[in-house]
Design a protein around this ligand. Structure first.
Ligand code: HEC
Length: 166
């Protein structure tokens, strides 16, 4: 074999090896990304938090802790963030629910309008449940609780809706 030919062959082998190595690295990285994504909650785990914060919000508003009500709403929405990555399509439906139908509840919190809040809150429960039906979970029917989900907070602290840090 001439030196020129063997040099070319060597270059070809090197290219094949490094090319292969890069491909393997890509596959490994992808597998690791998939594993991480698989460990991030989808809907069920954040919905548990949505459920609790939604119930707590009611008692906060009722007892005049308006900042706590606003805070519960803010983090009820924030709880769903993992689904942006793990259930991107379904997350869009959540986003349009929170920014659409749920905005009526938020508005009454910001206005400290308790009567308006009671009406909007009761109404939105049907919208929560419509989405459950639409997403094949008709057996998950939210009902208003008689006491907050979390009893470890004082709901009677008087506050303003704007008191929630940005
Ligand atoms: C975008 C559609 C959608 C909206 C809107 C929605 N949910 Fe859900 N919810 C789901 C899905 C889907 C599940 C089932 C979780 C799963 O296994 O994927 C669920 C499950 C739940 C659960 C059971 C969680 C558990 O595992 O214990 C509760 C509680 C809940 N939702 C509360 C609410 C409340 C309260 C609202 C309204 C403020 C709401 N949801 C709005 C889609 C929605």
């Amino acid at each position: 074999m001439s030196t020129k030919k063997s040099k070319l062959l060597l270059a070809g082998v090197m290219l094949a090896i490094t090319g292969g190595a890069f491909a393997a690295t890509d596959a490994d990285t992808q597998a690791q990304l998939d594993a991480i994504k698989g460990a991030i909650p989808k809907f069920a785990v954040p919905m548990r938090e949505v459920g609790d914060r939604f119930q707590n919000m009611y008692f906060a508003a009722k007892d005049g802790n308006w900042a706590l009500a606003a805070y519960m709403s803010k983090y009820m929405n924030g709880a769903m963030n993992p689904a942006k990555l793990t259930k991107a399509e379904e997350y869009k439906t959540w986003k349009s629910f929170y920014e659409g139908k749920f905005a009526a509840v938020d508005k009454t919190i910001q206005a400290k309008d308790l009567n308006g809040f009671e009406a909007a809150y009761t109404k939105v429960i049907d919208d929560c449940n419509s989405c459950h039906k639409k997403m094949d979970y008709p057996f998950i029917k939210v009902v208003k609780m008689k006491a907050p989900a979390d009893i470890g907070i004082d709901y009677t602290v008087k506050s303003e809706p704007g008191d929630v840090p940005k």
